[in-house]
Design a protein. Structure first.
Length: 202
């Protein structure tokens, strides 16, 4: 199984759609390329059970002290269908449980600078739990910290969305690592002008 994660507003949807263009099967996914049965029947119910925001905004879980989820593998596979890629940024918040359930999974982490994430959150209607640039930046940095911990225990690669937009061949090595076939023309077609506000902050 392949999981795509990172922080919301990082370009995870775009990168996941690019993987789909290279042959990945996303299964039953919605407009944001999230696997809907996994999101609604596995991940969000677990977040609610542990008393945190099921949208992954605020409050966030204490990732290092999560309640057990002994049937996470079975529950995920029950709803995964024929998907070989599951994208949901909230998996970063429960990575210890995910790694327990899927020790051999590959993880693609999508990175964007926290300041740019904060700017995007401030202009996105459904990002509504925090109300200042600094609060969203701190929130994004928390996600990045969780992803950094994940890299220490799992098979991961990281892509920077702005790098891929500037040159889609930046994704080619990752596509090969995932066992997919890079299709440059199809990947380029995933980029829609006006959907990405640019990242000059490094």
């Amino acid at each position: 199984m392949i999981f795509v994660t990172g922080c919301a507003r990082s370009g995870t949807t775009l990168i996941t759609r690019m993987l789909e263009a290279c042959g990945a099967n996303l299964g039953d996914c919605g407009g944001l390329a999230e696997h809907m049965p996994f999101k609604n029947r596995v991940l969000k119910p677990y977040l609610r059970r542990i008393g945190v925001d099921d949208m992954g905004q605020s409050p966030l879980p204490d990732t290092m002290n999560l309640q057990p989820y002994p049937t996470l593998y079975e529950d995920t596979m029950r709803y995964a269908g024929d998907a070989d890629v599951i994208k949901d940024v909230k998996t970063a918040l429960i990575w210890p449980r995910m790694v327990e359930a899927f020790p051999d999974a590959k993880w693609l982490i999508v990175y964007r600078h926290p300041d740019k994430i904060a700017e995007s959150c401030m202009r996105t209607k459904f990002m509504m739990k925090l109300h200042s640039h600094e609060a969203w930046k701190e929130w994004a940095e928390h996600y990045h910290d969780m992803c950094a911990m994940l890299t220490e225990v799992a098979d991961t690669r990281t892509v920077v969305t702005s790098d891929v937009i500037a040159d889609v061949t930046a994704l080619e090595e990752v596509v090969d690592w995932l066992g997919l076939e890079f299709d440059e023309k199809a990947v380029k077609r995933c980029i829609r002008k006006g959907k990405w506000h640019g990242d000059k902050t490094e």
